[in-house]
Design a protein around this ligand. Structure first.
Ligand SMILES: [Zn+2]
Length: 175
């Protein structure tokens, strides 16, 4: 769970959404300005699936009478573009925020606010574990994994990584 990976995913999701919206606008303009051309494209597409005029005729008429469905049909079948899931961008943004918090900031906070070092260490561990549990649960909720399993997995991996980092820091200090 690196901040860089999360940010990367977020930017990819955002540019996918931007691209979709740009194409959506362009396609809507085509439907508005050259509806007959776009209607002929429906017929074209459906005939590629083996439908004859008698079969695609009613579909063309139905779509022409339903502008929203028409636009969606053109996006999907003429341009091959699926509507991006807005949740993916949100999850990526949340991943960045939470991975920065869980990975970087949170373990340091207790050292700032708790004066005695040995207490600070215990508070730091507790806060980090709580943040990892929370992060794993939220991640599971959004990605469709089982939230509790995701929470436990994230916490175990995060705790092992933290322990390794701590051990390395101790080793470096003792040199
Ligand atoms: Zn078109």
């Amino acid at each position: 769970m690196s901040g860089t990976g999360g940010r990367h995913a977020y930017l990819a999701a955002k540019s996918e959404a931007d691209n979709y919206n740009r194409e959506l606008q362009r396609e809507q303009e085509e439907i508005d300005t050259v509806p007959d051309v776009e209607a002929a494209e429906i017929a074209d597409i459906l005939s590629q699936y083996g439908l004859g005029p008698a079969e695609y005729g009613p579909v063309v008429t139905t779509l022409r009478n339903n502008p929203k469905a028409w636009l969606e049909f053109m996006m999907k079948f003429e341009l091959g573009l699926e509507k991006p899931e807005p949740r993916r961008a949100l999850v990526s943004a949340a991943t960045i925020a939470l991975s920065y918090v869980a990975g970087g900031l949170e373990p340091l906070l207790p050292y700032v606010f708790v004066p005695r070092a040995e207490h600070a260490m215990a508070v730091s561990v507790a806060v980090t574990l709580a943040a990892l549990l929370f992060f794993g649960f939220v991640k599971g909720r959004f990605t469709g994994d089982r939230p509790f399993l995701s929470a436990v997995q994230t916490t175990v991996v995060g705790a092992l990584a933290s322990a390794a980092a701590y051990a390395m820091a101790r080793a470096v200090q003792s040199i």
